[in-house]
Design a protein around this ligand. Sequence first.
Ligand SMILES: Cc1cc2nc3c(=O)[nH]c(=O)nc-3n(C[C@H](O)[C@H](O)[C@H](O)COP(=O)(O)OP(=O)(O)OC[C@H]3O[C@@H](n4cnc5c(N)ncnc54)[C@H](O)[C@@H]3O)c2cc1C
Ligand code: SF4
Length: 504
Amino acid sequence: METIWILGDQLTLRHPAFERLTPRDAVILMIESAAHARRTRYHKQKLVFLFSAMRHYAEELRALGWQVDYRREQPDFEAGLEAHLRQFRPARMWLMEPTEYGVAERLQQAAAARQVALRILPTTMFLSDRHEFAKRARGKKTLVMEPFYRRMRRQTGILMEADGEPTGGTWNYDQNNREVPPRGHRFPPLPRYAPDAITREAMDWVRRDFPEGYGDIEPFHWAVTRADAEDFYRDFLEHRLDGFGPYEDAMVAGEPALYHSLASPYVNVGLLDPLEAARQAERRYREGKARLNSAEGVVRQFIGWREFIYQIYWLKMPAFAEANFFGDERPLPHYYWDAETRMRCMREIVTQLLQTGHAHHIQRLMVLGNFALLAGVRPQAVNEWFWLAYVDAYEWVTLPNVLGMSLYADGGFLATKPYAASAAYINRMSDYCAGCAYDPKRRHGEGACPFNSLYWGFLDRHREKLFPNQRMRMIYAAWDKLSADERAATLSWAAQTLARLESL
Ligand SMILES: Cc1cc2nc3c(=O)[nH]c(=O)nc-3n(C[C@H](O)[C@H](O)[C@H](O)COP(=O)(O)OP(=O)(O)OC[C@H]3O[C@@H](n4cnc5c(N)ncnc54)[C@H](O)[C@@H]3O)c2cc1C
Ligand code: SF4
């Protein structure tokens, strides 16, 4: 008998071991490790989601004829592994490449210490090839997503024409995707999935053993089975995909989803397949049910950004985790934990996060990440927070997005310039500023939006590092055009704002 060890974020039916072994030759091992779940203060809904999805997946495999040795509520992986080895004595174990750096080696050592060989199989949860990516990246000081994305389009044939040209004649419709919905616009509601008995049991465990976790455990509406995750994505294709493009970058108070897919929790654990998700978006366009800029936008997220981020993680680890280009050391202000701030954008988004474990890309990048960048928060503290606060977060996806894209902590390997923005951007792309205690138009003085002075303070502080970047020249030219008095007042206000960061 052999063993296929399946980890919590590998709940795919396209597991590579299923091609080599049948239920006659192998038993499946799944372990819930309390120590792993306690590595940080994970959002309670993330723990419930993972434990419940794992338990449902075990049932799905049993229905397909597999024997599943599911080790519930173990103190750690070692305890689950030992109990399994005692009972089944497998001749060999198989594991799909874990997404997190160093885990394969750790698990291999744990198995070796117990005299059993653990063979690692290549992952089927990503489409791009790690060795090819590393070969192309060799010697490069910076990597741009666009050429990679075009290769992925050619490789998959998605939104490609027979003559090798991109559908519609253009690769990227981002310039069409910056609209703001009119006031009072009604967004389609999200499907919600009531917790079943398995989910309720997982909730009991999380309530009992992980009370320190971030956020609220209820109401819990996430899908936890493949069938519901597919139903959720179908709803996106029917009701939200068409609006995805135009409103991709918009933020609206009280609207957590807008036209986004919210597919990330499911794709990241294997309940949805990213290639199939992209193909389905293409199909909707070809059937005339979604506009091209929306379909292309979604395809770019799934086969472009998601793959690119994964490859950057593996290319840059382990040094990436310590990157801190600006040498920032401030701790993360308390409102990332409790939403208690007069800054309405922050308050709205953190409240939404506490309640649901989700925020969309622009909320993460242009408000939460942007503020931490401007305030000079230690990148590792920001990364830790993003990793624990989101239902869809795993190290491979937070590190490049947080340290690389959002905080420029890698010195510009991933982003050609920092995603730093003042209140002007947030005011243009959201309705947050309208009801805020701060004035988005003022740079300094009581009541001025903190994003403004911090923005200019950030640029001034890092002038030596950023000025050589051609893409920053216009911004510095605008700053230099202000009168000396205005600049001095703004910088003095920035210093005061930093000094009372905890009470904004
Ligand atoms: C600071 C920061 C932290 C982030 N942390 C995470 C995280 O922990 N987990 C996570 O999955 N994504 C993360 N992202 C990327 C992105 O914000 C989320 O994937 C997206 O918001 C998920 O919502 P959605 O499913 O509605 O996405 P959609 O906008 O509908 O996009 C479709 C899919 O594309 C994929 N995708 C799009 N952009 C990215 C990206 N930059 N990286 C990886 N996948 C992407 C996701 O699987 C997503 O489901 C982060 C981005 C930033 C700027
Ligand atoms: S004024 Fe400033 S703090 Fe208030 S919502 Fe706008 S950007 Fe956020």
